[in-house]
Design a protein around this ligand. Sequence first.
Ligand code: FES
Ligand code: FES
Length: 161
Amino acid sequence: MTRLSMKVNNKPVSVEIEGRTLLVQVLREKLGLTGTHVGCDTSQCGACVVHVDGLAMKSCSVLAGGLEGCEVTTIEAMAGPNGELNAVQQAFQDFHGLQCGFCTPGMVMSAQSLLAENPKPTETEIRHYLEGNLCRCTGYHNIIRAILAASGQNPEPATAV
Ligand code: FES
Ligand code: FES
């Protein structure tokens, strides 16, 4: 066992981990941040996406031991202090970008990351960026609309799905 110290959602945390411990296990099992979901455990679904030092990563694929001193942000930090939704979350709600909601934390974290890199993405750029995020419910159409709306653009994509 070794000790890992990092910041999670702007708070310092220190936990005991094994060499094989994954970031998603630290978040869910040691810190109780269960908004980060595990959909596959094989790096395919994207339900576990969080930000590490500002970059979107699949937390099921990151060994926690390499994160000493890093800053991790999870879906729990997206809403404001009184639970007010941020622009991406609000757009997912407004445009029905979720159904069961299982993929939604990862989708929102990926969308945040995309908009940080590219504030006005095209529909094609959104679809390309979300290739690593799978949704079994929505058919993606309303997710694309939500992200277009969150970026201040016309939420009606040109491509029929
Ligand atoms: Fe990490 Fe599916 S649980 S990609
Ligand atoms: Fe159900 Fe995406 S809303 S998996």
